[in-house]
Design a protein around this ligand. Structure first.
Ligand SMILES: Cc1cc2nc3c(=O)[nH]c(=O)nc-3n(C[C@H](O)[C@H](O)[C@H](O)COP(=O)(O)OP(=O)(O)OC[C@H]3O[C@@H](n4cnc5c(N)ncnc54)[C@H](O)[C@@H]3O)c2cc1C
Length: 329
């Protein structure tokens, strides 16, 4: 059986954690199927990321280095991956379920005449086939699905699988590959990157998220949650109601029309627990709800609940973390 591929998504030469989690999945699948893992780097200089990919589980790293490919652009990246995949016919192609991963996976499936399964949360081998378990209908149901055609293209949900420990002693092969690209694929140009906020923990990678809803009362109410988030080393999240009200930007929105998150802990403060919000929380391990209304639906989804005013509970929690010397910031 041919190798399982992992696309090494990168931003300015750095590989996000979700890619290494995906590598762990690929390694396990390859070991079960008796094949190997090829990591594919498309970008500027790879620096030490090829060794990192081998330490994380790759047997082969295909390196397509070119200054024109330094920044992600859908068309040239798709052209490179399509060309390589047509040549080598991998048995499956895995990538992180990021915005870019999902975009590329769809394009690749169309180019290769196969199908893509996005947001995979569990995976198994049954009768020699890769069977993926993934949420459908906004997370109300989980589907067990496999792709009949080859290669199966899967995007792996962040924090759904463990990040493997690197093994610096692992051996692998680094292959530099050159690909002829038609200039017409460079139909866009990246002029600049604008970082929105510095030093904030990303919602997608956070282990703890403090979420705020209409119960925070206004934009200034989020300061109380920010304090707790800082103390916990957590990311901030929000409901659509408060985003629509303009209390906090859209990038914080969790739910059906926002982000899907998978932290270990979600502290919902003044959040009613509407189905559209809960659909973004399917991967959360433990939900703690703080709400004045004992009938709020969030308590049905929560493992622990506090029926009280969030402006009493949240500052008390932050103060207690500080008093015990547990506050991170
Ligand atoms: C097509 C569609 C897509 C949607 N997508 C999303 C989505 O992606 N994400 C999302 O979140 N929503 C989404 N919604 C909106 C969703 O239906 C709810 O309207 C929204 O989630 C409610 O937000 P909320 O919990 O902040 O507000 P509310 O429902 O108004 O709840 C506020 C809660 O705060 C509590 N409270 C008030 N004051 C306090 C206090 N001082 N202390 C403690 N508790 C207090 C109240 O008891 C109440 O339970 C969508 C809706 C539609 C129709």
């Amino acid at each position: 059986m041919s190798h399982i591929w992992v696309w090494l998504e990168q931003f300015q030469g750095k590989v996000p954690s979700i890619v290494w989690e995906t590598m762990g999945v690929a390694r396990q699948l390859a070991d079960t199927l008796g094949t190997g893992v090829t990591a594919v780097w498309i970008g500027g200089a790879i620096a030490d990321q090829a060794e990192a990919a081998i330490a994380m589980g790759a047997d082969v790293v295909q390196v397509i280095e070119h200054p024109a490919l330094a920044d992600f652009r859908f068309e040239p990246y798709l052209a490179v991956l399509t060309c390589l995949a047509k040549e080598s016919a991998p048995s499956a192609i895995l990538m992180g379920s990021t915005a870019r991963g999902r975009e590329l996976a769809g394009g690749l499936a169309a180019e290769l005449g196969t199908a893509t399964l996005v947001d995979v949360m569990e995976i198994a081998i049954e009768d020699g086939r890769i069977v993926a378990i993934r949420p459908i209908y906004e997370g109300k149901l989980f589907a067990r699905t496999y792709v009949e055609r080859s290669p199966a293209i899967l995007t792996i949900r962040g924090r759904a699988f463990p990040r493997p420990d690197p093994d610096p002693g692992r051996k692998g092969e680094i292959r530099r590959v050159s690909v002829e690209l038609d200039p017409s694929v460079f139909s866009t140009e990246v002029l600049d990157w604008i970082q929105e906020t510095e030093g904030e923990i990303s919602l997608n990678e956070a282990r703890i998220v403090v979420g705020g809803g209409r119960g925070v009362g206004g934009p200034e109410g989020f300061e109380t949650l920010r304090e707790l988030a800082r103390a916990l080393g957590a990311a901030l999240g929000a409901t659509r109601a408060v985003v629509d009200a303009g209390w906090i930007p859209y990038k914080y929105q969790v739910g059906q029309t926002g982000k899907t998150i998978s932290p270990d802990l979600y502290i919902a403060c003044g959040v009613s627990g509407a189905i559209q919000h809960l659909s973004g929380l399917r991967g959360v391990k433990v939900i703690v709800a703080i709400n004045k209304d004992p009938e709020a639906p969030i308590f049905k989804a929560a493992r622990y609940g506090v029926v009280d005013d969030l402006f009493k509970i949240v500052p008390a929690l932050t103060a207690e973390l500080r008093r015990r010397g547990l506050a991170k910031g």
